[in-house]
Design a protein around this ligand. Structure first.
Ligand SMILES: NC(=O)c1ccc[n+]([C@@H]2O[C@H](COP(=O)([O-])OP(=O)(O)OC[C@H]3O[C@@H](n4cnc5c(N)ncnc54)[C@H](O)[C@@H]3O)[C@@H](O)[C@H]2O)c1
Ligand SMILES: [Zn+2]
Length: 356
């Protein structure tokens, strides 16, 4: 890990339930000292397969530091972990190792792993403490932050609870070593935070593309998410701005079977066009250029237009008053607003989808 551990930046979120969530971003801090609050003796580490080695090292260090028990379980990769069957298996494992209410769960992995671990921690014995070590860029700036957990039951994230972990430790040394594909996926959500609330993030990606300094963009994107979540934990209002690019993006993601980050990039291009039409947004071409600079797609792959429309309609039915989208009046000025079918049509054409 190299160098003396030092935090770069810290946040505290005070939950509505009286629980506190500490977030620390630093370098070389992915060790048991930062992860484990004082006097915890019973620890269950849950990890994704690529992180098994790191997790083993951390569990061993915990034992050396005096934890009576630090057991490790490696879960299936990606969304295969977010299944009810895995939730059940994890409960049973915790029971077998004698995990009690004073224990601590340590979650090491991307957004899928922290979603599963957060859900298990919120429900096992009616709630035990959990800390996250997010290991993907998307996990660090998005999935780990904000206290949403989700399990897939037919539909994605159909079940879940709102509950913050007690601590989130983000080690930029880990993120620096990510394969480019994962960095690009995460960059879509990072630059999204820039478009809705912090133009400096946009500028950083304009300058260096995928090589934008994580020391700059990660704390800035976390700050956007923390500020938004503090205002509206349960997503009854302001938090919706985080869904910029997601209405059309999510439909394209499902219809075309492409990764979430790529779909969000495409969705933002469409939302940018709708924003230009409805609110006179003038940043569309700048937005498209920075996404291209990062190496993200800005047009949809060949896809069934009717299916995309159906999926968008489904989104609309969930809100009785019609389709609402997050639009931009300008960078940093998001507006959640109803849009007409004609405007959505323009957005779809912008990404190469021609409705019949
Ligand atoms: N709770 C929320 O608010 C929220 C928000 C956004 C996304 N999510 C969820 O997050 C998940 C997506 O997150 P993700 O993109 O991190 O996916 P992920 O957790 O599936 O990780 C992607 C891949 O990267 C691998 N990986 C993780 N860390 C690595 C590392 N350091 N080096 C190399 N490989 C590594 C994983 O094993 C996996 O194969 C989805 O399930 C999504 O629903 C949740
Ligand atoms: Zn997203």
């Amino acid at each position: 890990m190299g160098g003396a551990p030092h935090p770069l930046q810290q946040w505290l979120i005070e939950g509505t339930d009286g629980r506190r969530c500490d977030i620390t971003v630093g370098r070389g801090i992915a060790g048991h000292e930062a992860l484990v609050p004082a006097n915890r003796s019973r620890i269950a580490v849950l990890a994704q397969p690529p992180l098994a080695g790191l997790a083993q090292g951390i569990a061993a260090a915990m034992r050396q530091a005096g934890a009576v028990d630090a057991e490790l379980r490696v879960l299936p990769d990606g969304d295969e972990a977010k299944e009810l069957a895995i939730v059940g298996e994890t409960y049973r494992w915790l029971n077998e190792i004698g995990f009690t209410r004073d224990g601590l769960i340590v979650a090491i992995g991307g957004g899928a792993l922290t979603d599963l671990a957060g859900f298990v921690a919120a429900t096992y014995l009616r709630g035990v403490e959990v800390v996250y070590l997010p290991t993907t860029l998307l996990g660090a700036v998005d999935a780990a932050i904000g206290g949403k957990t989700g399990i897939n039951v037919d539909g994605k994230n159909l079940a879940g609870v709102f509950r913050h972990p007690s601590r989130i430790v983000i080690d930029l040394n880990l993120l620096d070593a990510l394969p480019e594909k994962l960095l690009r996926e995460g960059a879509a959500e990072t630059v999204k935070a820039g478009f809705i609330a912090d133009e400096q993030i946009v500028a950083a990606y304009e300058g260096d593309g995928i090589d934008a300094a994580l020391d700059d963009v990660v704390p800035a994107a976390i700050d956007v998410k923390v500020t938004t979540v503090r205002e509206d934990f349960r997503e009854s209002g302001r938090r919706a701005i985080l869904n910029y690019g997601h209405t059309i993006g999510h439909a394209v993601e499902i219809a075309a079977g492409i990764p979430h980050g790529e779909a969000v990039a495409i969705g933002m291009v469409a939302a940018g066009r709708v924003s230009a039409e409805v609110l006179g947004f003038r940043g569309s071409s700048r937005q498209r250029a920075v996404l291209e600079r990062i190496g993200l797609p800005t047009t949809a792959p060949a896809v069934n237009a009717d299916r995309v429309m159906d999926l968008i309609e489904r989104d609309k039915k969930r809100d009785r008053s019609g389709l609402r989208m997050v639009l931009l009046r300008d960078f940093g000025e998001p507006v959640v607003q109803h849009v007409s079918p004609g405007s959505v049509d323009l957005g779809l054409r912008e990404i190469g989808i021609v409705p019949s």
